[in-house]
Design a protein around this ligand. Sequence first.
Ligand code: SF4
Length: 406
Amino acid sequence: MAKGLSFSYSKMGMYKECPQKYKFRYVHMLPEQPKYYFAFGSAMHEVMEYIYDPKNPIFPTLQQALAFFKKHWDATSFDQKGYASMEKEAAGFEEGCQILRAYYDKYGANLVHPLSVEMKSTLDMDGLSLISILDRIDYLGDGCVKILDYKTGKTVQREPDQLMMYQKVAEASPMVLKLVQTIDPAIKTVRVEQMSFYHLPTQQELLFERSSDKEMYEFWQRVLGVADNIRAGKFAPDPDENKCRWCDYRNICPVFTGKEYEGPGGWGAKTGTGTASSAKPTVSAVAKTTEEILSEKIDRLGSMQQEEKKLKTEIMSLMKELKFKRHFGSKFEAELIDTQKIEFKDQEKTMALLRRLQLLSKTLVPTQSSIRALLNDPTVEEPAKKQLRELATENNISDLEIKEVS
Ligand code: SF4
């Protein structure tokens, strides 16, 4: 039997957002750039799965949950996660830890094992191979279940299509029925009685009732309509200023290039079935313009400079605290270099004095550095230097020199 069109709520969402974008992502198989909010959401989902894993009879402590979160978080670098800098990545990690602490404060003493966590289901239905991940299923008794979805964005709102997809999948899934029957063997059908979005950053739960049969029928017709359009190869772009500004496919999109994207080496030949090509080039591999490469390098350099500044301040402060002038790493050494900076803040008095001492002509243009140079000028008399010094304020400036250890 021919395999159905691979379909999910997120695929439907992308097609509705812009069919052309769907085509780039799922027909041409061009992955999007990593997004920090997806990485953050995925890390939070992983740790919630770890906390509630029905295979572990004893719930992990907060410390164990934090350690698990750190291990998962540290498995990828900041840019692999889509963060702009290590600082931003560190702020994301701290936010995740705060969420876990707040979650344990609220529920730590009363954690209850759900029916399942992160249940991945693939259902064949009406020519579709429907893929869903149900974050958490709680059993309410009498064959009724509650589906809970964790949200980690800034805000959370009702997403009717997502709720209806969960209802459809959970009620049709043999896996969910089997799980319910492990508790209630007499149950023949599963009913989704409640659904909720649990917003982890605010620890708030939004509860939703099940959708009516009429709503479910209309929803399913919309799903089948989208699937028909995909099979028919209808991928007309649906541009919109906001959508296109953040779209990773902008520079290969016909709206902006004026021509249909063909893909290198013929792998981008038109298909309407969602069949994956064996070669899977990334957007960055095929689509970056020189300007984009330049922008990326500027961003990378900017992030590195920010990181360098932060590290330098931290090293200097540690060296001062330990009263070290020099210290060694395994490859590099650092030396704290103190210099004195002399400043002439009262410009009028300084100029009057220079005039009186007939030193004005020596400075060419009287800037801070040219006046400072007079203090080291052997042709300037010591009494004149003394008077100049009396007008100056001196500040100690520290800098750090890093050299490779020889
Ligand atoms: S740039 Fe705009 S029109 Fe083109 S694929 Fe992206 S969202 Fe669609």
